[in-house]
Ligand binder design. Structure first.
Ligand code: FAD
Length: 427
């Protein structure tokens, strides 16, 4: 069985596989610091950051603030919607983090005083002081940005873009729909969490309709004309779901301008469509606490220095994961996890009095096109010179022409990736 050190070092290296300049921590650098390190948000970014901070700085006080007692993962939640997985398989506890000495506080951070260096906990929970704060609050929905789409509308037209009750609601609605029904999905403009996610979901819903409700159909109404892995998805849909899935981009009047949950109407500039099931994936922004901390800008997202993921707006705060402006890195669990490890290392170097060093970051997003077939896209990024840039010629896509065995092998890799990343964050 691996020790934490073996595990973290092996996974750190695996996560940074192919990187040219992994900044090393000398034994002296793993200082016996008693710094107060606080993390807001216990998802893929925050949980990973807590674990690696505790590893690099064992004598530091590491506090993770997260309201939920269990975490429900979005990656693979499309398989719950498609009927291949249960929501329990998506659910993780914080027991392993507690076991290594992370102080896990199940509260919402309601405010951050950047002068006093304190995080205020909701419901009179008091304050927690920090020397360094990492924020990984994920995304919040821009309620009302799409006319008619507010929190009440989401109970009838689920977004399922935060995993949990919304995921099971959409699954139940699909199961309850009569054969012959119309499922409508609306996809937003970028930037949003998980760029290929809507199209993976569409594939798995179409598979469900084809196999269980063959007279039904999925219509995707998209606010844009192109999307991640589009040629691969379009090719898969033409082969696998020609009668069950139709995609309309902005040029085909696919952009949704308003919804009315009382009549289940989804309206574009061109027509009003009545859905039997409507999955509205709305515009998003950094988690609300980012605004209160003053780390988000007018875009709703958080600018960072990619050398150490420190906020460019507030001192001693680092922001990682979906909340950041880190393009061309996508908003993915893979990115959040790697940014967390890298940020933890740079903080450890800083508190040990060492300079931060540039490195190379990477991301792979797997997407299922059917329950046993997947495709992927990989990007490799440099953070030198204070900029995140794609490294030309590195990374790539699954081949466009491939037989089923290639897609099946990628599905197995996707499964292994999910086991690894959830073990790293929560195991
Ligand atoms: P999260 O993981 O969402 O964590 C944020 C945490 O912050 C939450 O636990 C929340 O409760 C907490 N929080 C928020 N506000 C506060 C507050 N005020 N106080 C305390 N805590 C707070 N990524 C992949 O890499 N591969 C995939 O295959 C993939 N598939 C996806 C499929 C779908 C359908 C979706 C929606 C997403 C998918 N993703 C995938 C994207 C992935 O889920 C996110 O990119 C990832 O979760 C981002 O991590 P994060 O730490 O930024 O946010």
């Amino acid at each position: 069985m691996s020790t934490l050190f073996d595990l973290s070092r092996r996974h750190l290296l695996a996560g940074l596989a192919g990187t040219a300049a992994l900044p090393a921590l000398s034994p002296q650098a793993i200082a016996q610091t008693r710094a107060r390190l606080v993390i807001v948000g216990g998802g893929f970014g925050g949980a990973t950051a807590a674990k690696f901070l505790k590893h690099f700085l064992p004598d530091a006080t590491v506090t993770l603030i997260e309201p939920n007692e269990t975490f429900v993962a979005c990656p693979f939640s499309n398989l719950v919607i498609g009927g291949q997985r249960s929501i329990n398989q998506q659910t993780f506890t914080y027991d392993a983090l507690r076991a290594i000495g992370v102080d896990v506080v199940h509260q919402t951070a309601s405010d951050i005083d950047t002068d006093a260096h304190t995080v205020t906990l909701a419901e009179g929970g008091g304050t927690v002081g920090y020397d360094k704060l990492i924020m990984s609050p994920g995304v919040d929905i821009r309620w009302g940005a799409l006319e008619g789409y507010d929190e009440r509308a989401a109970e009838k037209m689920p977004h399922a873009w935060k995993a949990g009750a919304q995921t099971t609601l959409l699954r139940q609605q699909l199961e309850a729909m009569d054969d012959g029904g119309l499922v409508v999905m609306s996809a937003p403009l970028a930037p949003f969490r998980c760029p290929p996610g809507p199209y993976e979901r569409a594939s798995l819903i179409a598979h469900y309709l084809k196999t269980q409700k063959p007279d039904s159909k999925l219509l995707i109404l998209d606010a844009k004309d192109t999307f991640s892995k589009k040629p691969l998805f379009m090719d898969a849909w033409a082969k696998l779901y020609p009668d069950h899935l139709e995609w309309r981009g902005a040029a085909d009047f696919g952009r949704v301008v308003s919804v009315d949950p009382s009549t289940m109407t989804v309206s574009t500039d061109f027509e009003d469509i009545t859905a039997d099931v409507a999955n509205i994936i709305p515009p998003q922004k950094a988690g609300d606490i980012a605004d209160r901390a003053g780390v988000s800008d007018e875009t709703g997202w958080c600018p960072i220095n990619p050398l150490d993921f420190s906020s460019t707006l507030q001192p001693d705060i680092h922001v990682i994961g979906d909340a950041t402006i880190a393009a061309p890195m996508p908003k993915s669990a893979f990115s959040a996890n790697l940014q967390a490890k890298f940020c933890a290392m740079q903080i450890a170097r800083q508190v040990a009095g060492l300079d931060v060093e540039p490195t190379v970051l990477a991301n792979t997003c797997y997407s299922y096109i059917a329950p046993d077939q997947a495709i992927s896209i990989t990007g490799v990024y440099s953070n030198a010179d204070g900029k995140l840039t794609s490294i030309e010629g590195a990374g790539g896509l699954s081949p466009e022409i491939a037989d089923d065995s290639v897609r099946t092998a990628e599905a197995a890799q996707a499964d292994a990736w999910f086991q690894t990343i959830t073990q790293e964050a929560f195991g």
